[in-house]
Design a protein around this ligand. Structure first.
Ligand code: OOG
Ligand code: NI
Length: 463
């Protein structure tokens, strides 16, 4: 039997290939990457402590690499097949996000590596949305859109064959893995020739811009990639100097000493030339706006209690000031956000004491030398035997995601849908249940504490 390439290696190769393709397709994205690398370098130079910490826990040279991308699929079958393809790369569906409440007719999950080792090797994930034609009022248009989608095949025959092979044989050998990456990349490629006529595109677009984006094309073009920044405010502020237009506000929590969850911002999607079918076997010129670049900065994963507080504070902020798409009240929004979030503790020990966040526990030198028996965890911490570090949030936030969607659908594209989360339907279409992210973080926390305390049992047993 030939040796198999690990799923994480395939994912790393895929993430690299995707990055190269997207930079080439969207030059503004390359500019954003350069800006992110520059700001990350400055931040590390100014904060030697941060640099030392990242050096110990992360791979410093990969700090500015892509952390995620996003696609929008049209049918249940596309989603189910995508799940099998991502599984070959060690990416599994985590979380369910209903975006209907935010005026976007999709629901989503994030395919991502699960577990510390895999995340460390390569954290690349893909936010994957499924279009919900059921939210479109116009029955005739809904049927036409479904008919167009039923005609397309977004995967290459070789991608499907290699996925089957990987499933049967428990992985892929070197050559097959390389071929797999190249074939799967095809699904994410941009197509400047539309599947539909311009008149149909306009009708889809009028129903919702996102429907036009999904239905009009041969495949689910990657619509953005997202590197990690160590200072999101700085990158946001500098984007205009680099000739790229940032969205109005940074999504998520405000700037804090102890970062929580996820902050993200993007540059606005570009208008690109597209050829539409003219109905006589020829083409007619038009444009479409879909592709952009995004950046993210992550903080601690919150417990259900912490998350409820976060959601409540965000809600309250937005009751005072709703960020306008044109940026006219961006400053007022940021001020309100900072003010309201004063109610969220900004100190690790307090966040831990109040049960708001998940932490990873480890023994200090003192604890490794000798761990006193039958002692409460809090006492072991207070006396310096055990220390705790925040567990990083690896998932997404529906309000933030909606903000990213909206800013790229153009101003004035706001639309109301009846809130209709339907996780059961999504999972039936996916062909699997999504993992619950809270269970996952709680498990990591518990395991880290158990590992500390196991040390204690071993020592006493040896005595
Ligand atoms: C996905 C938007 C959501 C994020 O980072 O929250 C997202 C999309 O526009 O397709 O990527
Ligand atoms: Ni994103």
């Amino acid at each position: 039997m030939t040796a198999k390439v690990s799923a994480s290696e395939i994912r790393a190769a895929f993430s690299g290939a995707m990055s190269a393709m997207y930079r080439n397709e969207v030059p503004a994205y390359g500019t954003l990457m350069d800006l992110v690398a520059e700001v990350n370098e400055e931040t590390l130079a100014a904060q030697p402590d941060l640099k030392a910490r990242l050096d110990a826990t992360d791979t410093l040279e990969r700090i500015s690499e892509e952390r995620h991308g996003a696609i929008r699929l049209g049918t249940a079958q596309e989603l189910a097949t995508m799940r099998r393809i991502f599984a070959v790369m060690g990416m599994y569906p985590v979380g369910y996000y209903d975006l209907s409440t935010a005026g976007v007719p999709v629901h989503s999950t994030a395919f991502r590596p699960v577990g510390e080792e895999a995340l460390k090797r390569n954290p690349f994930r893909v936010f994957t949305s499924l279009l919900r034609l059921d939210l479109i009022a116009d029955e005739a248009l809904r049927q036409e859109a479904a008919a167009v989608l039923a005609q397309r095949q977004i995967f290459t025959p070789a991608a499907l064959a290699l996925t089957e092979k990987a499933e049967k044989e428990g992985g892929l050998a070197t050559e097959d893995a390389a071929r797999f990456v190249a074939e799967v990349l095809e699904t994410f490629r941009w197509h400047d020739k539309a599947n539909v006529e311009l008149s149909m595109y306009h009708r889809l677009h009028d129903a919702h811009r996102l429907i036009a984006d999904v239905v009009s094309f041969k495949g689910p073009h990657i619509n953005h990639l997202t590197p990690r920044t160590l200072d999101i405010d700085k990158v946001q502020a500098r984007m205009p100097d680099y000739g790229i237009a940032p969205k109005a506000v940074v999504e998520g929590p405000p700037t804090r000493k102890c970062p929580i969850l996820l902050r993200q911002t993007s540059f606005k999607a570009l208008e690109e030339a597209v050829s539409f079918q003219n109905g006589h076997g020829g083409w007619e010129a038009g444009t479409h706006t879909a592709r952009f670049g995004e950046i993210e900065q992550r903080g601690i994963a919150l417990t259900p209690k912490g998350r409820a507080l976060y959601d409540a504070l965000l809600d309250e902020t937005r009751k005072h000031v709703r960020p306008a798409a044109d940026g006219s009240n961006a400053q007022a929004y940021e001020q309100a956000l900072a003010e309201v979030f004063k109610a969220f503790p900004d100190d690790w020990a307090q966040i831990r004491a109040e049960g708001l966040g998940y932490f990873s526990y480890s023994l200090t030198q003192k604890g490794a030398n000798a761990l006193p028996a039958n002692t409460e965890t809090d006492t072991l911490i207070a006396e310096g035997y055990i220390c705790f570090d925040p567990i990083v949030y690896e998932d997404f936030l529906p309000v933030s995601a909606a903000g990213i969607f909206q800013s790229n659908l153009g101003d004035g594209a706001q639309q109301e849908f009846v809130a209709s989360p339907n996780q059961k339907r999504f999972e039936a279409d996916l062909g699997a249940a999504v993992l619950n992210e809270f269970d996952h973080y709680a498990g990591m926390e518990k395991a880290s504490l158990a590992a500390c305390l196991a040390n204690f049992t071993q020592q006493t047993a040896a005595e």
